[in-house]
Design a protein around this ligand. Structure first.
Ligand code: ADP
Length: 191
């Protein structure tokens, strides 16, 4: 299974990514988590990425693409992977196409979690209190939503045209959302 999990900031990608990846026995690869790890370790990649993340902007494609390419090359990702937070730009879509093609495989599904805009801001402000993420302040949250709408939403149509899109209602209990994703993906696998 080679799949992508998409959705606006706060849609619950990170939470669902772990459940879905475990279900299929593949690694969940979260670009946001990898960036945050590098920031906390103070690596050169982290120092570079932090400038963008703190402002709610995307890290430049060249930086992100190389990081994902290296991660996908690791052994645990050979049987498949779930990408959480990548691709987010049209240039990243092309880059990923090249990486997947190179391995002789194809993408199986692109899951998009949908959620109500007000609910998203409320969730992120709540998370700010629990996790204290540097980019969960109200101004930065709004900027992340704008950037998502401008740069990432157009990807939905690209994948819809390819027949890969699986749209899932991300509102409600975490377990219910997980159940919806499993049901939809099991249908994809059988088709
Ligand atoms: P969220 O989806 O809640 O905004 P993430 O943890 O997925 O949070 O990402 C946090 C930040 O990491 C993004 O705002 C962005 O700066 C950076 N980032 C993550 N993935 C990408 C990507 N594919 N391209 C560019 N920047 C990215």
């Amino acid at each position: 299974m080679r799949m992508i999990l998409m959705g606006p900031p706060g849609a619950g990608k990170g939470t669902q990514a772990k459940f879905v990846a475990d279900h299929f026995g593949i690694p969940a690869i979260s670009t946001g988590d990898i960036f945050r790890f590098n920031v906390s370790e103070g690596t050169p990649l982290g120092v570079e990425a932090k400038k963008y993340m703190d402002a709610g902007e995307y890290v430049p494609d060249e930086v992100t693409n190389l990081m994902v390419r290296n991660r996908i090359d690791e052994d645990d990702a050979k049987p498949g992977f779930l990408l959480d937070g990548y691709p987010r730009t049209l240039a990243q879509v092309e880059e990923l196409d090249g990486m997947v093609k190179f391995t002789g495989h194809e993408l199986d599904a692109v899951v998009v979690l949908t959620a109500d805009a007000d609910e998203l801001v409320a969730r992120l402000l709540q998370r700010a209190q629990v996790e204290g993420r540097a980019d969960d302040t109200e101004d930065v949250i709004r900027r992340r939503q704008e950037v998502y709408a401008e740069q990432t939403e157009p990807l939905i149509e690209v994948y819809r045209d390819r027949g890969l899109l699986v749209e899932i209602d991300g509102m409600g209990d975490v377990d219910d959302v997980t159940g919806r994703i499993f049901a939809a993906l099991d249908a994809v696998r059988q088709s």
